[in-house]
Ligand binder design. Structure first.
Ligand SMILES: NC(=O)c1ccc[n+]([C@@H]2O[C@H](COP(=O)([O-])OP(=O)(O)OC[C@H]3O[C@@H](n4cnc5c(N)ncnc54)[C@H](O)[C@@H]3O)[C@@H](O)[C@H]2O)c1
Length: 408
């Protein structure tokens, strides 16, 4: 990624250092279509290690910074400064890091959960809008061809009226006290100051939540949640069961776990309608199962000529060739590149109906975490996520405005 051609977008990364998990996946995703050049970064808190990573990635030493502050300031003043900053640090720094770039008008990809609270998440969304910058959140599961196919089938009415949504992101990766072994990712995910007490909800629950919203097009109107800690001595909740009331009273349930013993990644969604149902699993991402009223199962495979354009445009190699997580990240970055380039070249927006998740999705995810925590604290009482309350307030305000206009 070191020698940039004039058409490429320039990218910088904060995080993704030695031993880090997701930063490298972002880099793989960015490389896939050659649309980005990684030109700047702070690859970890340790200066020497960061410099080593930068050198191995071909990032020039003068653009390897000692902090994100320094990076945002310097990149904003360079003529060839970065077009987009990738924030791949643990949750407690997302807000400050993303803010430093957005307030300078630099586009941001910020990992989930967007921030540690809805006030700061909203601030980022507003900052992005005020500075005409894109804020994208990599809920990468929405960039699988068969997930887009599922969303298209639902919006085309293939399932009829939706009756039930069942999503789980129940992994067993931390079913033992990994945090006591010095495991990097478990250490901060079990620290309430970094990951919050409902840690698993922010970490895995927000992915399931976004997937359910993305495929169904419905919003969650109320939640009733129970949080548990399965691993003795753990300082955060590692299991969440959440009953959902979605738009038009459609019921649903979400299970998020990092202690679902024996499960690998554990992301699965089933959607039921009065004419049929769908099932997609992340560990078998090429297939989408549709069942009709008689129980006949039809399995669609990624790459089939009969699939929708939404799905076909994300299939890279073709029928029979496995594609997965890295390609989904590549798809996220390709959709994002389309939009960033359109803005750069003053062309019309490329954002389509089924596009990449933005800061609004990140904000709704954070509001979900808060609603789950509030419900758990109130013995699983039904709680309205702030996103719904906000919408209700907006409608009430618009209504009041209309009444006032009408009375004049
Ligand atoms: N979208 C996804 O599918 C997905 C998957 C995994 C993780 N994540 C999210 O990505 C984020 C990172 O998770 P991870 O598992 O890769 O964490 P990690 O601990 O493996 O890596 C974090 C990296 O950030 C660096 N870092 C921390 N603070 C920094 C700072 N102030 N400046 C520069 N670098 C800093 C660390 O040194 C490390 O290199 C989390 O918010 C997590 O929720 C998302």
């Amino acid at each position: 990624m070191s020698t940039r051609n004039a058409r490429q977008l320039s990218a910088g990364m904060v995080g993704g250092g030695i031993g880090a998990d997701i930063g490298k996946t972002h880099r793989f995703g960015m490389r896939m279509d050659d649309r980005y050049s990684l030109d700047a970064g702070v690859f970890g808190r340790d200066r020497e290690q960061s410099a080593g990573v930068a050198a191995s990635l071909g990032v020039a030493s003068e653009r390897t910074y000692s902090s994100y502050h320094e990076m945002a300031k310097a990149e904003a003043t360079r003529e060839d400064g970065i077009d987009v900053a990738i924030v791949a640090t643990p949750n407690d720094s997302h807000f400050e890091v993303a803010k430093a770039f957005l307030e300078r008008g630099i586009n941001v990809v910020c990992e989930k959960p967007l921030t540690q609270g809805s006030a700061t998440a909203r601030e980022l969304v507003e900052l992005a809008a005020a500075n005409d910058a894109i804020l994208a959140v990599p809920h990468c599961y929405s960039a699988y061809p068969m997930v887009r196919e599922a969303a298209r089938m639902v919006s085309d009415g293939r399932l009829g009226a939706l009756t039930f949504v069942d999503v789980e992101h129940a992994s067993g990766w931390a079913a033992t006290p990994l945090e006591l072994t010095g495991h990097k990712q478990a250490s901060w995910r079990t620290d309430p100051d970094i990951a919050g007490f409902p840690s698993v909800v922010g970490d895995l629950g927000t992915h399931g939540y976004h997937l359910a919203r993305y495929i169904t097009g419905l919003e969650v109107e109320e939640v009733s949640a129970q949080l548990h800690t399965f691993v003795p001595g753990r300082k955060v909740f590692d299991n969440a069961t959440v009953a959902l009331k979605l738009t038009d009273e459609v019921p649903g349930r979400l299970w998020a776990s990092m202690a679902a013993t024996g499960h690998n990644h554990g992301l699965r969604i089933r959607i039921f309608g009065d004419q049929g149902s769908l099932e997609w699993q992340h560990e078998d991402p090429h297939h989408l199962a549709f069942q009709d009223l008689e129980g006949t199962t039809t399995i669609s495979t990624h790459g089939l000529a009969s699939l929708s354009e939404d799905s076909a445009r994300l299939t890279r190699v073709g029928l029979g060739h496995p594609e997965g997580f890295l390609e989904a990240f590549g798809n996220f970055y390709r959709d994002l590149a389309d939009e960033l380039e359109a803005r750069r070249d003053a062309r019309p927006s490329t954002i389509r109906e089924l596009s990449f998740p933005t800061g609004i999705d990140g904000l709704i995810g954070v509001q979900f975490i808060e609603a789950v925590a509030a419900s758990h604290a109130a013995d699983a009482a039904w709680v309205v996520p702030a996103s719904v309350a906000d919408r209700a307030a907006e409608v009430a305000a618009a209504d009041a405005g209309l009444r006032e206009a009408g009375s004049n």
